[in-house]
Write a protein that binds this ligand. Structure first.
Ligand code: PEP
Length: 264
């Protein structure tokens, strides 16, 4: 079923980039594009996810420019509250710094940093319990796709999510479908393949929550201005999680433009 009444999201995942000076420039450039040709929050939610030590400087730049762009944390701790957990940042500490959005379950966290299902569930539960909006990432590997397991893998990841989210918390969930083989590789799932998986995810959500028709499902994996329009035309693709192309203000802005709803 079409998710076309959903306000799209376009979120830039900066990963372990860039240097402070470049991140400030990137925000200034993005602000400039948005001032020249605004995209309202009704048309598209736009977010950027900087490295943790740039969250607050980026937040200040956006606030000073009265920008609609939201600041998103790339991750958070599986530990809640405060305490003797060296190197960790909890949901409560993010909230205390007015960071209201967080990515959870990115495939790089799952594959490189050992974020297993138990850790991801703890992170989800911590984030939701303090009212953070979560962008929950799912996606299959090339091996799993070639073995015909893509749908099963992704729907299991949705079940992992459902095991944690309470009825009243679903409005704080955005899902990002990111086939691992398409992340940072220049390979994009075809709009048809992406739409098919998004429709399956929505069908799965329908069995779990009354919010299914209101839940934004973003596509991620080598999204760029050249493929954004076609992806945005798919009824169940409600935005994009953008890696590489989000490090260039013009490309990122153009992607947001492609997904932004035209005002009625
Ligand atoms: C990502 O890291 O979430 C991502 C989609 O990266 P890229 O756009 O570079 O493939």
């Amino acid at each position: 079923m079409s998710g076309s009444t959903i306000t799209p999201w376009v979120v830039g995942n900066w990963k372990m980039n860039p240097m402070q000076a470049n991140s400030q420039q990137l925000i200034q450039d993005l602000n400039q594009y948005l001032q020249q040709s605004p995209i309202t929050e009704q048309q598209c939610h736009i977010g950027v996810a900087p490295i943790s030590i740039a969250l607050l400087s980026v937040q200040k730049l956006l606030k000073d420019a009265d920008s609609p762009v939201k600041v998103v944390a790339q991750d958070l701790s599986q530990m809640a509250g405060t305490g003797a957990y060296t190197g960790e940042v909890s949901a409560e500490l993010l909230k205390d710094s007015q960071i209201d959005y967080v990515l959870i379950g990115h495939s790089e966290r799952r594959e490189i940093f050992g974020d297993d299902v138990a850790k991801i569930k703890a992170k989800l539960s911590n984030a939701l319990s303090v009212g953070l909006q979560v962008i929950y990432c799912v996606g299959e590997s090339l091996e799993q796709r070639e073995a015909g397991q893509a749908e099963q893998v992704v729907l299991q990841q949705i079940c992992d999510l459902a095991a944690v989210v309470k009825v009243e918390q679903w409005h704080n969930i955005v899902i990002a479908y990111e086939p691992i083989w398409a992340i940072g590789t220049g390979k994009t799932a075809s709009p048809q393949d992406a739409q098919t998986m998004h429709a399956k995810i929505r069908e799965g959500l329908t069995q779990i929550t009354a919010q299914a028709q209101h839940t934004a499902i973003l596509y991620g994996g080598s999204v760029k201005p050249e493929n954004a329009v076609e992806l945005a035309a798919c009824p169940d693709i409600n935005g994009a999680l953008v890696g590489g192309a989000s490090l260039n203000a013009e490309s990122f802005y153009k992607i947001a433009q492609a997904f932004a709803k035209t005002e009625e």
